[in-house]
Ligand binder design. Structure first.
Ligand code: GUN
Length: 300
């Protein structure tokens, strides 16, 4: 039997549509236009692509997009001063500092200088603590996107066994908190986990976020389980011609699709949900800043 393919591209388009509707209501009923500021330091080509894409989609849903491109040798003081200015700008509801930062800048210091209420990445220590204690937080975009897809597919996640492979601050840890918040029994597995195949075989939900191409084979998957593949890895694809490459996830899709009940593909699964959730977080931040009702279904 072959799994249901969870279409992240279509789902992300639906989320962006809901965001656009909410933005139109904020403008029409309250005269407020949500604004997202993205700060890019340096010329990393992948980061430039992400930032361009974020800016384009921000405008497409009707929000204001502010891009701040700083040179790679920008001083920490200058970056902190820009963040302070954005923190105090009432037209800016969300602030995102694109990572990674150049080596001479202290990432933790920079992230923690963002007003937590505008921290649409959910990386500020206050938001990490709020999420960990089940309080209203800004939630990291990729795990939020995974949670939305899981809720959409299953309805309630209550009582399900979930295994998150990977313990990063950006995906693994917040993903585990969100699943716990939805009453899953959660295991965080990592490189030192003993008998990882057995751990994964016990899971009704598997979230793979390790950054190792095709690491999880189909025979680790419990029949009927839901598999969310966060990995985006570029590998050689000689079958496409010399020097060609292709994108694969952390899960071996071809074998896992035979066993799973549902699975996200790579590309076209989790990836498109990240920016959609960034836009959703910006609307949420704007509503909270103005004491207005939050968009339903777009928060954790
Ligand atoms: N770099 C790669 N992904 C992300 C992300 O989600 N947020 C930020 N700020 N930087 C990133």
């Amino acid at each position: 039997m072959s799994a249901t393919i969870i279409d992240g591209k279509a789902f992300a388009a639906k989320v962006r549509g809901q965001v656009a509707e909410h933005v139109a209501r904020l403008k029409g009923d309250h005269g407020i236009t949500p604004g997202l500021a993205v700060v890019l330091v340096g010329e990393d080509p992948a980061s430039q692509v992400y930032v361009r894409s974020k800016g384009k989609m921000t405008v497409e849903v009707g929000m204001n997009s502010y891009e701040h491109k700083l040179s790679a040798d920008t001083s920490e003081d200058d970056l902190l001063s820009l963040i302070n200015q954005l923190n105090n700008d009432p037209g800016v509801h969300g602030i995102l500092v694109q990572l990674p930062l150049p080596k001479h800048l202290n990432e933790d210091l920079v992230i923690n200088s963002i007003d937590p209420a505008k921290d649409v990445d959910g990386f500020h220590i206050s938001n990490v603590g709020l999420l960990g204690t089940g309080q209203k937080a800004m939630v990291p975009c990729t795990p939020l996107g995974c949670l939305m897809m899981l809720r959409d597919h299953h309805g309630s996640l209550s009582g399900m066994n979930a295994v998150v492979i990977g313990r990063s601050n950006i995906v693994g840890k917040p993903m585990a908190q969100l699943l716990l918040g939805d009453s899953c029994t959660v295991t965080i597995a990592h490189s030192r986990t003993k008998d990882l195949p057995a751990v994964v075989r016990g899971a009704d939900i598997v979230v793979a976020a390790v950054g190792r191409p095709q690491m999880v084979p189909g025979d680790w998957i419990k029949p009927g389980a839901t598999v969310i593949d966060v990995g985006i890895n570029r590998i050689d694809a000689p079958e496409k011609g010399e020097g060609k490459t292709r994108l694969v996830g952390d899960v071996d899709f071809d074998s896992a699709v035979q066993v799973a009940g549902a699975i996200t593909p790579v590309p076209g699964g989790v990836g498109p949900m990240t920016i959609a959730c960034l836009l959703a977080n910006t609307v949420t931040a704007c509503c909270r800043a103005n004491g207005l009702a939050e968009p339903e279904g777009l928060t954790a």
